[in-house]
Design a protein around this ligand. Structure first.
Ligand code: AP5
Length: 223
């Protein structure tokens, strides 16, 4: 585990770019906290909470959930103490200019700053294969891929030994198309938003999972 100073980052990239995969690794290697609005919303849907009821159908169709819903979730989460020790990874947030502006206000009010906005650059044609091959452990949530990251022993989770696996409801071709459109139209403009502040660090998301991790670790080392 790294003992370097805590840094706070945003992982930005289209669906399937590898944001969740790299966040999972940073949690282990650097004791960071992963703040994935997708995971939080899926938990809300599974629990049947009011937020989950608002979000479920939109998510299944690949559409974005309203800004005020996700901003509220992140606001609450940033108040928890665990983000201070190792820093946080915003995975899948912000996704619109409205969310980015709201995040600026939240971070200002909490006296927290961003260190890097990591732009995971990928070939869109490769994403459908990545997304449709994805699955996760039903017990601990560890992420896998049929081809690129299978379990070491077929049918058994490497992390917890679980034997039940699940696939996401929005990992089908139609929803992926809508998710990619949402990325291009609403999220991609944020790269310029953060570039203007000198925060954007491009990373080749088409490299292997290990190589992408090394590129991200190099950014942390550079400070
Ligand atoms: P969310 O859960 O955030 O999904 P997403 O952005 O579409 O991203 P993914 O989880 O699909 O991809 P990823 O980049 O994490 O890729 P992964 O590492 O898994 O959002 C889902 C929905 O929730 C949204 O559509 C929306 O409805 C709602 N939502 C969430 N946040 C919101 C917000 N802020 N505002 C409004 N609505 C919001 O990798 C994919 C696969 O590829 C894996 O199997 C992995 O093993 C493999 N892989 C990863 N890296 C590599 C590599 N380098 N080489 C080969 N394979 C790789």
């Amino acid at each position: 585990m790294s003992d370097a100073a805590a840094q706070n980052i945003i992982l930005i990239g289209p669906p399937g770019a590898g944001k969740g995969t790299q966040a999972e690794r940073l949690v282990k290697s650097r004791n960071m906290v992963q703040l994935s609005t997708g995971d939080m919303l899926r938990a809300a849907v599974a629990s049947g909470s009011p937020i989950g009821k608002k979000a479920g159908a939109l998510m299944e169709a690949g559409e974005l959930v309203p800004d005020e819903v996700v901003v509220g979730i992140i606001d609450e989460r940033l108040d928890q103490d665990d983000i201070k020790a190792g820093g946080f990874i915003l995975d899948g947030f912000p996704r619109t200019t409205g969310q980015a502006e709201a995040l600026d206000q939240l971070l200002d009010a909490k006296g927290v700053s961003l260190d890097h906005v990591i732009n995971m650059e990928v070939d869109i044609a490769a994403l459908v294969e990545r997304i449709t091959g994805r699955f996760a452990c039903g017990d601990c949530g560890a992420g896998y891929h049929d081809t690129f990251k299978p379990t070491k022993t077929a049918g058994i989770c490497d992390e917890c030994g679980g034997k039940e696996f699940k696939r996401r409801a929005d990992d089908n071709e139609e929803a992926v198309k809508t998710r990619l459109d949402a990325f291009h139209n609403q999220t991609a403009p944020l790269i310029n938003y953060y570039a203007d502040r000198g925060l954007v660090r491009p990373v080749d998301g088409m490299a292997s999972i290990d190589e992408v991790s090394q590129a991200i670790e190099a950014l942390f080392a550079a400070g």
